[in-house]
Design a protein around this ligand. Sequence first.
Ligand SMILES: Nc1ncnc2c1ncn2[C@@H]1O[C@H](COP(=O)(O)OP(=O)(O)OP(=O)(O)O)[C@@H](O)[C@H]1O
Length: 250
Amino acid sequence: MTDPILTVQNLNKSFGALKATDNVTLDLRAGEIHALIGPNGAGKSTLIAQITGALPPDSGNVGFLGRDISGLSTAERARAGMARTFQISALAMDYTVLQNAVLGALGARGGVFQMLRPVMRNKALLETAHQALDTVGLSDHAHKRTADLSHGQRRQLEVAVALTLAPKVFLMDEPMAGLGSEGSAQLITLLDRLRHQAPILLIEHDMDAVFALADRISVLVYGQIIATGTVDEIRANPAVRQAYLGEEDA
Ligand SMILES: Nc1ncnc2c1ncn2[C@@H]1O[C@H](COP(=O)(O)OP(=O)(O)OP(=O)(O)O)[C@@H](O)[C@H]1O
């Protein structure tokens, strides 16, 4: 088996007496979607924040592409190919879809935005942007104002902006949130394809999406991973049913 792209080893984080991350170990392999599920407050966002570098762990390591990146800043991790999406929408609503993608490509190259017009004439940036829009299926909407897109199309644009970074992994925090059935179905189709470009660590409450997409699922409860396995293994796991899935039946 090839080495994992991303590894989290024995990560710990406490807020006062609360152990939000309790000795968490997991990995993300090439080509897979690894879903991280768990009840509200289980520590999913706290874990992602430690992976991206936004929050320092108390102890433990994060490895990325074979090296320990525990000492790197958020920006350094992003430049190394760690793309995080969906927590906060960073799209400029008054700009066109293409302009947002071009600005993403500019940021990915470490460029600083000063004037839109010269940026929009840069052939390399335009090519990267068009390619990303093509991948997510938004080419026909390139010249639309972002504010005029549907909610689901904005999520697709956020993926396109992340793609301009040429990511090696995607960390996605509840991408299905707020989407209707049509938007969810489109995003599921997109993520299904995207895993081959870069593996996805997916935090998601929408269990239909998780069961449709995940190669593996890890279940986090009170900061601890209580199980990792395939969809079938997780569905059949009594501890998971009791701690988490059972809640939904109730
Ligand atoms: N900065 C902080 N200071 C103190 N406690 C925090 C802080 N951040 C998170 N927590 C606590 O840590 C626990 C885990 O929170 P976290 O947001 O990671 O959970 P989550 O699984 O992402 O939840 P949700 O599904 O609701 O987003 C919660 O009890 C939360 O209140």
